[in-house]
Design a protein around this ligand. Structure first.
Ligand code: ZN
Length: 444
């Protein structure tokens, strides 16, 4: 008899745990034992992350590139950046599991199981296509002009967005290649990205109009992941499921003929832009994983974490003005805000030049030794100049306690009741952790 996933006792157990968690996280009734819990649990189960964080300043998006005020990222923008990084983590996980999905969707010819190495090949293939598709989109960038400013007509597909994001983070590369293009003046559209990412599973959804715009500009289908699931794109010369004829990419993927011209145009040499971007995406994944491990986007202290990170980033810029010759190394929280700032290339270059007196490039290829020396020096200077710890734990517990201490300080009611603060923080942490367990069960 074939293995029945849904009758498997482990999954039955998981579902019963999930049902119990659903009970815990339901809004309590008045005569419920839950009313005995600390106050935070008595509220309706919160939306995570809180919608209140995503308040965008529209006027700032349209700020002309010659303004005098700086364009440091807002709390909302940093939060969407975290959402985007989590979405990249999630699409990679999906691509690595694409064989299983194909099987479930009834594509019988790929039922043989494959090892982890072949799964990684699948991800490498996804990145190759994403890069080619980005370059094709950049060649025919669909733009709108409003009040003398250029805007994107619509968001590109998720994979293209991922490449654009990586390109922006390689500040010198982006400036050298796109400095004279409209793309250089366009900020990553945080508000639209937030709208297009689902709250829970970080899946990007595009509407028909934006798909049509992309397909007209590039000549290839908007949905890349679906092409992998449907086996229209496969690793090696294994026959693609589509009826149309196919060709092999330089890295040995079978793909529909519509891609052939794009690969001929953009990916013929080992040192071309396509391979630089591909390598940059693989390097950048390290940061995506670090942000996923911290999971600030789903922590109860998200807004405080971002507020403090912004403050520390400004101090970091001050240090780089005071010590232009020192190689300063950012902590993760500072790096996150720094990356967010870079996602608006023109503003980033103007701001850092004004604030630090130099073009602050971002080198993600430094050796471990150089990083460690730089970090020691940055820690020393930070403490001297600001009388603050530079080191940063960033775990949910530390961030949550700090958030409540800051709140108590803002309320300024004389002495501080640390026991009460610890209790409130703990109740909140329990609730948010329960939500995380519930979410991971739902994903299974
Ligand atoms: Zn900690």
């Amino acid at each position: 008899m074939p293995f029945d996933y849904y009758r498997d006792p482990v999954h039955e157990l998981a579902r019963s745990v999930y049902r119990q968690l659903e009970q815990i996280t339901k809004p309590p009734t008045h005569n419920d034992a839950a009313s005995q819990r600390p106050p935070i649990l008595d509220k309706h189960f919160p939306t995570i992350p809180s919608p209140e964080i995503f308040q965008f300043d529209v006027s700032k998006d349209q700020k002309p590139a010659t303004g005098t005020q700086n364009c440091l990222p807002s709390v909302a923008e940093v939060a969407v950046h975290l959402e985007l990084l989590e979405a990249i983590f999630s699409i990679r996980t999906l691509v690595l599991g694409v064989k299983k999905i194909s099987k479930a969707h009834g594509f019988p010819h790929i039922q043989q199981s494959r090892g982890p190495e072949e799964c990684l090949q699948e991800w490498a293939g996804y990145v190759d296509f994403a890069v080619i598709r980005f370059l094709a989109w950049r060649d025919n960038l669909p733009l709108l002009e409003k009040d003398g400013q250029l805007f994107l007509q619509e968001l590109p597909p998720f994979d293209v967005l991922m490449v654009w994001h990586t390109f922006l983070l390689n500040t010198s590369l982006f400036r050298d290649h796109c400095g004279n293009e409209p793309l250089f003046h366009i900020k990553l559209p945080w508000r639209d990205i937030h709208k297009s990412l689902g709250n829970m599973c970080w899946q990007n959804s595009q509407d028909e109009l934006s798909e049509a715009i992309f397909e007209t500009a590039t000549g290839v289908p908007a949905q890349l992941f679906q092409q992998f699931v449907a086996r229209a794109i496969t690793v090696g010369a294994e026959s693609p499921s589509s009826e149309t004829s196919s060709f092999l990419t330089p890295t040995g993927m079978s793909a529909p003929k519509s891609y052939e011209k794009l690969f001929e145009r953009h990916a013929t040499r080992e040192d071309d832009l396509a391979s630089l971007l591909r390598d940059a995406i693989h390097r950048q994944y390290d940061f995506v994983e670090k942000m996923h491990d911290k999971l600030w986007i789903r922590s109860p202290a998200l807004s405080g974490t971002i507020r403090r990170a912004k403050d520390r980033y400004e101090k970091f810029l001050t240090l780089s003005r005071l010590h232009p010759k020192v190689m300063l190394v950012p902590m993760l929280d500072i790096d996150l805000v720094w990356h967010t700032h870079q996602c608006s290339a023109i503003h980033y270059i103007q701001d850092v030049t004004a604030l630090t007196g130099q073009f602050l490039g971002h080198d993600d290829k430094l050796s471990a030794e150089a990083l460690s020396n730089g970090l020691a020096e940055t820690t020393r200077l930070f403490q001297i100049h600001f009388a603050e710890e530079y080191g940063h734990c960033g775990c949910w517990d530390c961030e949550s306690v700090m958030e409540h201490v800051e709140q108590a300080m803002r309320n300024g009611t004389g002495g501080m009741d640390f026991d009460a603060i610890a209790q409130t923080a703990e109740a909140e942490l329990v609730l948010f952790r329960e939500a995380e367990v519930a979410a991971s069960m739902r994903d299974k």
